[in-house]
Write a protein that binds this ligand. Structure first.
Ligand code: AMP
Length: 394
């Protein structure tokens, strides 16, 4: 299929979009409709010559926003729509052409992602009303991790919770881990070997990928498990919920909200969830920012070390996401905690590889496991999976 793919990532009050050509060099049209359903609703984006625009869309709903997005396509007609769907449960191991049975299956998994799947499905319905004849494909955040073996995905809980309620580890950020590990395999002499991937953005997760298959990952049943994130705690003692309830009288909703929205870098620093600001404050000697940085990096290193157990061989580590792509300090701190892995970071390559650059950060002639920075491209991966899904059906 040569026509562009329209990639849609629909939240409860937002639609992120990108129109992606089959030619990777072709300019992308991309943007974000936000604050939908409010008087401040608006569409922000870039046209093909790279100029930014902001268009007010007062009180627009998802369908009206999609119509406004359609008018920004500059006459390019998409041949398909690829939807990012957060949770595919165990049902979806790869992208799926959307029909009634796929929608039913996504609805069934909504209990596992009550904030995300219903919003994603609202996006599918709105897109179907605006583009009734276009094929629509669901691409799942969880699908890439469906290759994890039971030892990695099972919690040590009563069997019935897994068998009857699907309580297991699923993992997220699948399109990102898949994209960067595949890209490293193309760029590196090591090929599709054993890679540890670290997606470090507002949400953070690590993954162990061997031969393009995920063998383990740090996120679990929900995207709260694992690393310290912008506002999410990551791993805590599972006894914490009962303790906070008994000692402080907190409700489950309050605990859930604190762990998801008030913790992580924000909770530790008491200042901000933004790594750039943490770095600045730490540099100025702010103790809570220094602590936030230390805990953040230590937990990444600990997670990478743990995930290395999943790999038969270690060919390298890949940093991606807003922090992974732009923070030489975080990369240096994390690698300094893994001296026994035999990485050899070249400081000047580390400093220079920021703002969308990709590359290997190794010292010259290094033979051990490699260090790579690969800017993620989740939209590009969704477009590619959409094409593959449709081509496989021809
Ligand atoms: P993402 O969710 O992938 O967009 O990543 C957002 C995170 O990347 C935020 O914590 C930002 O502070 C962080 N980030 C973006 N640019 C930089 C930078 N130049 N240095 C450090 N962190 C950055």
């Amino acid at each position: 299929m040569n026509a562009p793919v329209l990639v849609i990532n629909c939240g409860s009050s937002s639609i992120k979009y990108a129109l992606i050509d089959s030619d990777p060099e072709a300019p992308r049209l991309a943007g974000l409709a936000e604050r939908l359903g409010s008087p401040d609703a608006r569409l922000k984006g870039k046209n093909s010559s790279g100029e930014s625009f902001t268009q007010p869309l007062p009180d627009a709903d998802h369908t009206q926003a999609l119509n406004a997005i359609l008018e920004r396509m500059e006459g390019r007609v998409p041949g398909a729509v690829g939807h990012r769907i957060v949770h595919g449960g165990e049902h979806f191991t790869q992208a799926a052409l959307i029909d009634d049975s796929v929608i039913n299956a996504i609805e069934t998994t909504a209990a596992l992602a009550p904030l995300h799947n219903p919003a994603n499905l609202a996006g599918v319905a709105a897109t179907q009303s605006v583009f009734p004849t276009l094929p629509q494909v669901a691409v799942f955040d969880t699908a890439f991790h469906q290759t994890m073996p039971p030892r990695a995905y099972r919690y040590a809980l009563p069997e019935s919770l897994y068998a009857e309620h699907g309580i297991r580890r699923y993992g997220f950020h699948g399109t990102s881990h898949a994209f960067v590990s595949q890209r490293a395999g193309e760029l590196s002499t090591r090929g599709a070997g054993g890679w540890l991937t670290a997606h470090l953005g507002n949400g953070c997760s690590t993954s162990a990928v061997f031969n393009n298959q995920s063998l383990d990952t740090s996120m679990g049943l929900t995207p709260l498990e694992g690393l310290v994130m912008g506002t999410r705690s990551g791993d805590v003692d599972p006894g914490l919920h009962a303790h906070l309830h008994r000692q402080l009288g907190w409700t489950l909703d309050k605990i859930d909200s604190v762990l998801n929205k008030e913790s992580g870098l924000l909770g530790l620093s008491g200042l901000t969830n933004d790594m750039r600001e943490i770095e600045e404050a730490a540099e100025q000697g702010h103790p809570t920012a220094q602590l936030a940085m230390e805990v953040f990096c230590y937990r990444i290193a600990k997670s990478l070390a743990a995930l290395s157990c999943a790999l038969p061989q270690l060919d390298g580590v890949i940093f991606t996401g807003g922090i992974g792509e732009n923070s030489p300090i975080v990369r240096r701190n994390v690698l300094a905690l893994l001296p026994h892995f035999g990485f050899a970071l070249d400081d000047s390559a580390n400093e220079a590889t920021i703002r969308g650059k990709e590359g290997c950060l190794d010292s010259d002639g290094h033979q051990g496991p490699q260090v790579w920075v690969i800017p993620t491209d989740e939209e590009g991966r969704i477009a590619m999976e959409t094409r593959h899904c449709l081509e496989a059906r021809l």
